[in-house]
Design a protein around this ligand. Structure first.
Ligand code: 7PM
Length: 283
């Protein structure tokens, strides 16, 4: 059912991807993601949120300073560094050992983040935006989550073949920079340059994407592909998010990037017990 991969992280540790679903908790480090009551600053709130997600069972914490969002105003490199680096430093100083990924397509941000203790690069431009990104990954031996995002693609062509063509380019760029195939995790990029139909066709093609021969990450949490269908706001999209993740898991996906760690993890553990039986200890 699930292909197994052992991913070597930038610090030499290993992350097992296979039948056990891996939950990535989303940590947004942006001024609008906290309300300042005066007692806490952005850094304290971010660190506390990460620790709560770890307590809830997150296997990876994905740290983003919002360089990337479709439609959002771009953030300068310095601003992004000022947001994410202190959070990574604080988590490491607090003794956090949960692997940290850096959600950025900027090579300088990725480089600094890894030097501060992050061990995975999460690039929403699939190594294709900045030529130095693959070099940064190679330099640090960091695995890369390569997401599909191509606003300029031919809308007339089927989304699946477009995604596969894009990933073929990603793999070529990685290999020519010295990033081996074993370092890549692919992500079809839900909500990025895709119509509602594209998003669901992509989700329905999870098995084909896992057959491509790389671990697969799914990022649908609270996205408009759910909200437009259910006509609801971000805070009411958990049930829809769980549906997408359980279906993708049953079709071979490995990592699930979510806001609501506990609920998604519980659902995925029940799905895993259904496919593979309950854990040995309690069988
Ligand atoms: C506004 C628009 C705010 C979009 C946040 C977002 C993904 C990601 C994001 C994903 C990977 C969100 C997105 N989405 N990285 N970063 N995969 N690998 O909803 O789907 O979190 S940002």
């Amino acid at each position: 059912m699930h292909k197994h991969y052992d991913i070597n992280l930038a610090d030499g540790r290993s992350l097992a991807l296979g039948r056990n679903p891996v939950v990535m908790g989303i940590l947004n480090v942006t001024p609008d993601s906290f309300s300042d009551g005066g007692a806490f600053n952005l850094l304290d709130v971010a660190v506390a949120h990460a620790q709560q997600m770890i307590a809830d069972g997150a296997d990876i914490i994905d740290i983003g300073g919002e360089s990337t969002r479709p439609g959002a105003a771009p953030v300068s490199t310095q601003e992004e560094l000022d947001r994410v680096i202190p959070v990574i430093e604080a988590l490491i100083a607090a003794g956090v050992t949960t692997p940290l990924s850096i959600d950025s397509y900027k090579p300088l941000v990725a480089d600094q983040a890894i030097q501060s203790g992050a061990t995975i690069i999460n690039d929403v431009h699939g190594l294709l935006r900045a030529p130095q990104m693959a070099q940064v990954a190679a330099l640090h031996n960091a695995p890369v989550i390569a997401m599909h995002w191509d606003n300029d693609r031919d809308q007339a062509k089927p989304i699946l073949s477009e995604i596969e063509r894009y990933f073929t380019r990603t793999i070529a760029v990685a290999e020519s920079a010295g990033v081996s195939r074993e370092k890549l995790i692919l992500d079809p990029g839900f909500g990025f340059g895709k119509s509602l139909g594209d998003n669901y066709a992509t989700l329905n093609a999870t098995r084909m994407l896992t057959d491509f021969g790389f671990p697969l990450l799914i990022g649908t949490s609270r996205k408009s592909m759910i909200g437009r269908l259910l006509n609801n706001t971000t805070e009411d999209r958990l049930a829809g998010t769980i549906a997408t993740n359980v279906l993708a898991y049953a079709n071979g996906a490995h990592i699930f990037r979510v806001h609501d760690v506990r609920a998604n993890r519980d659902a995925l553990r029940v799905a895993a017990a259904t496919l593979y039986g309950p854990p040995e200890e309690i069988r």
